[in-house]
Design a binder for this molecule. Sequence first.
Ligand code: DAH
Length: 348
Amino acid sequence: MQNIKEELLLKLKEVKNLSDLNDVRVLFLGKKGKIQEKMSLMSTLSNEEKKSFGQEINLLKEEITNLIEELKFSLEQKELSEKLSKDKIDISLPGTKIVKGSKHPLNKVIEEVEELFISMGYDVVTGPEIEKDLYNFEKLNLPKDHPARDAQDSFYLTEEYLLRTQTSPVQARTMENNLEKGPIRIICPGKVYRRDNDDATHSHQFHQIEGLVIDENISLAHLKGTLEVFAKRMFGNEREIRFRPSFFPFTEPSIEVDVSCFKCNSKGCSICKNTGWIEILGAGMVHPNVLLAGGYDPNKYKGFAFGMGPERIAMLKYGISDIRHFYSNDIRFLNDFNRIEGGVDSED
Ligand code: DAH
């Protein structure tokens, strides 16, 4: 046994790396190694001899294991520090630029409006962009030959189908789909299409956000309170709103809603054209014919509706002077917009 130990110490001296060390371990502690070889002699010994021989060989085995482990540890440390000194990191090198995306300004406005109305208990619903004449016009109290149809020059696909000119058809669809004919509280953001020539304020494709509330005992006062919360949230806490009479076929009475000018605090400026007020949306009480077309009893239920253009709201809010900026996907506009709250066309 003494020989075995001496032989081990000699071999360990020659070990240069972990792989050499493993060879030594196999040679001494492996299944066919020197220790195992000695163990196999046990069967030739008397019981008395077995005991002391066993103890001795176990001690030797433990000693060899410890010596190998110690050397293994110091070899591992050595390899690690060699690797670390080779793999130096140059912290003065410029980093890899991570290209960061950002939200489109229109989506920012739409999401802000959605969040506000969700907090007031509204559902956000959507409808098809390829719409039936039936929902886009007829069920909204715009029968065929109605003069208001002229005002909305439309992209007809067939006699029956067109690209929706407004998000109002979602009102008709939601009423029709609500089989219980109970209360409704929705907003509906989406794209709409009109045969306009594109310029700084017109686009053949733009967005609207529709709102509809139906319940018993709904009045204009509810509409006013709701839109006041909306105007303050979007344009600042000091804002006031006012109603002006207007006309939409699907509401009676119909109104246009102005917000007090947030640029000049109603003193008069170029944005409010010196009136102190800025028009932000159309609204009204749901026309009885629209309730009937949606299967609601106008004697029991009332409702209010509104429709707004998020492009217009974003242009006002961020001082953007050309609607085409929203669709040209000019990365400079989108990036600038992300950095500067005022937007690129801000007048001041
Ligand atoms: N759909 C109208 C438009 O495109 C906007 C509108 C006005 C929607 C009044 C409404 C409303 O729901 O009540 O001009």
